[in-house]
Design a protein around this ligand. Structure first.
Ligand SMILES: Cc1cc2nc3c(=O)[nH]c(=O)nc-3n(C[C@H](O)[C@H](O)[C@H](O)COP(=O)(O)O)c2cc1C
Length: 165
Protein backbone atom coordinates (compact mmCIF):
# COMPACT_ATOMS: atom_id res chain seq x y z
CA UNK A 1 0.00 0.00 0.00
CA UNK A 2 1.17 3.52 -0.77
CA UNK A 3 2.40 5.22 2.37
CA UNK A 4 1.77 8.93 2.82
CA UNK A 5 4.89 10.51 4.29
CA UNK A 6 4.92 13.49 6.57
CA UNK A 7 5.53 16.78 4.77
CA UNK A 8 9.25 17.50 4.75
CA UNK A 9 10.65 20.99 5.13
CA UNK A 10 11.58 20.85 1.44
CA UNK A 11 9.16 23.07 -0.54
CA UNK A 12 10.36 21.45 -3.79
CA UNK A 13 8.56 18.25 -2.83
CA UNK A 14 5.36 20.17 -2.16
CA UNK A 15 5.62 22.04 -5.48
CA UNK A 16 6.16 18.72 -7.28
CA UNK A 17 2.99 17.38 -5.66
CA UNK A 18 1.00 20.50 -6.59
CA UNK A 19 2.34 20.15 -10.14
CA UNK A 20 0.55 16.79 -10.50
CA UNK A 21 -2.70 18.72 -10.76
CA UNK A 22 -3.10 19.90 -14.36
CA UNK A 23 -4.41 23.40 -14.91
CA UNK A 24 -5.08 25.92 -17.61
CA UNK A 25 -3.08 29.11 -17.81
CA UNK A 26 -4.48 32.63 -17.62
CA UNK A 27 -3.02 36.07 -18.25
CA UNK A 28 -4.25 38.78 -15.85
CA UNK A 29 -3.64 42.15 -17.45
CA UNK A 30 -4.60 45.83 -17.46
CA UNK A 31 -3.34 49.10 -18.83
CA UNK A 32 -1.48 51.55 -16.63
CA UNK A 33 -1.39 54.77 -18.56
CA UNK A 34 -1.15 53.49 -22.13
CA UNK A 35 1.10 50.56 -21.22
CA UNK A 36 -0.11 47.00 -20.76
CA UNK A 37 0.88 45.36 -17.47
CA UNK A 38 0.22 41.71 -16.72
CA UNK A 39 1.22 38.40 -15.25
CA UNK A 40 0.47 34.75 -15.81
CA UNK A 41 -1.58 32.72 -13.32
CA UNK A 42 -2.20 28.98 -13.56
CA UNK A 43 -4.02 29.08 -10.20
CA UNK A 44 -7.23 30.28 -11.89
CA UNK A 45 -10.43 28.62 -10.65
CA UNK A 46 -14.10 29.23 -11.35
CA UNK A 47 -15.83 29.94 -8.03
CA UNK A 48 -19.43 31.16 -8.26
CA UNK A 49 -22.17 31.67 -10.86
CA UNK A 50 -24.31 34.07 -8.82
CA UNK A 51 -22.57 36.39 -8.32
CA UNK A 52 -20.12 35.51 -11.12
CA UNK A 53 -16.76 35.01 -9.40
CA UNK A 54 -13.45 33.43 -10.32
CA UNK A 55 -10.22 33.34 -8.33
CA UNK A 56 -6.48 33.39 -8.82
CA UNK A 57 -3.78 32.94 -6.18
CA UNK A 58 -1.01 35.53 -6.25
CA UNK A 59 2.40 35.23 -4.62
CA UNK A 60 2.98 37.75 -1.83
CA UNK A 61 6.34 38.53 -3.46
CA UNK A 62 4.76 39.59 -6.76
CA UNK A 63 5.78 43.08 -7.82
CA UNK A 64 3.18 43.11 -10.60
CA UNK A 65 0.08 42.33 -8.53
CA UNK A 66 0.29 45.49 -6.34
CA UNK A 67 0.11 47.48 -9.59
CA UNK A 68 -2.74 45.44 -11.05
CA UNK A 69 -4.90 45.37 -7.92
CA UNK A 70 -5.36 49.15 -8.08
CA UNK A 71 -6.98 49.01 -11.52
CA UNK A 72 -10.77 49.27 -11.81
CA UNK A 73 -10.87 46.47 -14.41
CA UNK A 74 -8.63 43.49 -15.10
CA UNK A 75 -8.72 41.31 -18.19
CA UNK A 76 -8.38 37.57 -17.61
CA UNK A 77 -7.47 35.67 -20.78
CA UNK A 78 -7.44 31.86 -20.79
CA UNK A 79 -4.50 31.00 -23.04
CA UNK A 80 -4.90 28.68 -26.01
CA UNK A 81 -2.68 25.65 -26.68
CA UNK A 82 -0.32 27.41 -29.10
CA UNK A 83 0.27 30.30 -26.69
CA UNK A 84 3.12 28.76 -24.70
CA UNK A 85 5.52 31.41 -26.06
CA UNK A 86 3.11 34.19 -25.03
CA UNK A 87 2.85 32.56 -21.61
CA UNK A 88 6.63 32.54 -21.17
CA UNK A 89 6.83 36.14 -22.31
CA UNK A 90 4.03 37.31 -19.99
CA UNK A 91 5.73 35.67 -17.00
CA UNK A 92 9.24 37.06 -17.72
CA UNK A 93 10.88 38.74 -14.78
CA UNK A 94 12.63 41.30 -17.01
CA UNK A 95 12.02 42.91 -20.39
CA UNK A 96 8.87 43.81 -22.28
CA UNK A 97 6.35 41.08 -21.46
CA UNK A 98 4.07 42.21 -24.30
CA UNK A 99 6.76 42.49 -27.00
CA UNK A 100 5.43 39.56 -29.07
CA UNK A 101 1.94 39.38 -27.60
CA UNK A 102 -1.08 40.68 -29.53
CA UNK A 103 -3.49 42.34 -27.16
CA UNK A 104 -6.27 44.87 -26.98
CA UNK A 105 -7.58 47.08 -24.20
CA UNK A 106 -11.21 47.61 -23.22
CA UNK A 107 -12.51 51.15 -22.66
CA UNK A 108 -12.15 50.50 -18.88
CA UNK A 109 -8.52 49.43 -19.11
CA UNK A 110 -8.80 45.65 -19.01
CA UNK A 111 -6.27 44.03 -21.36
CA UNK A 112 -7.15 40.92 -23.38
CA UNK A 113 -4.75 38.63 -25.22
CA UNK A 114 -5.69 37.86 -28.84
CA UNK A 115 -6.16 34.18 -29.59
CA UNK A 116 -7.15 33.28 -26.01
CA UNK A 117 -10.13 30.93 -25.60
CA UNK A 118 -11.89 33.08 -23.00
CA UNK A 119 -11.84 36.76 -22.11
CA UNK A 120 -13.23 37.78 -18.72
CA UNK A 121 -13.68 41.45 -17.89
CA UNK A 122 -13.23 41.55 -14.10
CA UNK A 123 -12.83 43.74 -11.04
CA UNK A 124 -11.26 42.79 -7.71
CA UNK A 125 -14.07 41.55 -5.43
CA UNK A 126 -12.00 40.46 -2.38
CA UNK A 127 -8.52 39.43 -1.41
CA UNK A 128 -7.94 36.76 1.24
CA UNK A 129 -4.46 36.24 2.73
CA UNK A 130 -3.44 32.59 2.40
CA UNK A 131 0.10 31.79 3.54
CA UNK A 132 2.67 32.94 1.01
CA UNK A 133 -0.12 33.75 -1.50
CA UNK A 134 -3.32 35.78 -1.53
CA UNK A 135 -6.53 34.32 -2.90
CA UNK A 136 -7.95 37.00 -5.17
CA UNK A 137 -11.65 36.82 -5.95
CA UNK A 138 -12.54 38.53 -9.21
CA UNK A 139 -16.05 39.55 -10.20
CA UNK A 140 -16.93 39.10 -13.87
CA UNK A 141 -18.64 42.01 -15.64
CA UNK A 142 -18.44 40.75 -19.20
CA UNK A 143 -17.11 37.82 -21.14
CA UNK A 144 -16.42 36.30 -24.48
CA UNK A 145 -15.83 32.55 -24.72
CA UNK A 146 -14.88 30.03 -27.38
CA UNK A 147 -15.65 26.69 -25.69
CA UNK A 148 -14.27 24.79 -28.73
CA UNK A 149 -10.88 26.51 -28.47
CA UNK A 150 -8.01 24.22 -27.44
CA UNK A 151 -6.52 25.35 -24.10
CA UNK A 152 -2.89 25.49 -23.02
CA UNK A 153 -2.34 22.98 -20.20
CA UNK A 154 0.29 23.28 -17.46
CA UNK A 155 1.30 20.07 -15.70
CA UNK A 156 4.52 18.96 -13.99
CA UNK A 157 6.28 22.24 -14.87
CA UNK A 158 5.60 21.62 -18.60
CA UNK A 159 3.15 22.90 -21.15
CA UNK A 160 0.91 20.26 -22.69
CA UNK A 161 -2.17 20.02 -24.83
CA UNK A 162 -5.40 18.14 -24.27
CA UNK A 163 -6.23 14.94 -26.11
CA UNK A 164 -9.80 13.70 -26.38
CA UNK A 165 -10.46 10.17 -25.09
C1 LIG B 1 2.84 28.64 -16.10
C2 LIG B 1 2.98 29.71 -15.05
C3 LIG B 1 2.00 29.85 -14.07
C4 LIG B 1 2.09 30.84 -13.09
N1 LIG B 1 1.09 30.95 -12.17
C5 LIG B 1 1.19 31.89 -11.21
C6 LIG B 1 0.15 32.03 -10.25
O1 LIG B 1 -0.86 31.31 -10.28
N2 LIG B 1 0.28 33.00 -9.31
C7 LIG B 1 1.38 33.83 -9.26
O2 LIG B 1 1.45 34.66 -8.38
N3 LIG B 1 2.37 33.71 -10.16
C8 LIG B 1 2.30 32.78 -11.13
N4 LIG B 1 3.28 32.68 -12.06
C9 LIG B 1 4.39 33.65 -12.03
C10 LIG B 1 3.98 34.99 -12.64
O3 LIG B 1 3.36 34.86 -13.88
C11 LIG B 1 5.17 35.94 -12.87
O4 LIG B 1 6.25 35.23 -13.38
C12 LIG B 1 5.56 36.60 -11.63
O5 LIG B 1 4.45 37.30 -11.17
C13 LIG B 1 6.71 37.56 -11.97
O6 LIG B 1 7.01 38.29 -10.85
P1 LIG B 1 6.40 39.75 -10.62
O7 LIG B 1 4.98 39.57 -10.18
O8 LIG B 1 7.25 40.28 -9.52
O9 LIG B 1 6.50 40.50 -11.89
C14 LIG B 1 3.21 31.70 -13.06
C15 LIG B 1 4.20 31.58 -14.06
C16 LIG B 1 4.09 30.60 -15.03
C17 LIG B 1 5.15 30.51 -16.09
Amino acid sequence: MLKVGAISADPTELRRAYGCFPSGVTAVCATIGDEPVGMVASSFTSVSVDPPLVSVCVQNTSTTWPRLRERSRLGVSVLAHRQDAACRSLSNKHGDRFADVHWEPSADGAVFVHGATVWLDCSVHAEVPAGDHAIVLLRIHGLRADPDGEPLVFHGSRFRKLAAL
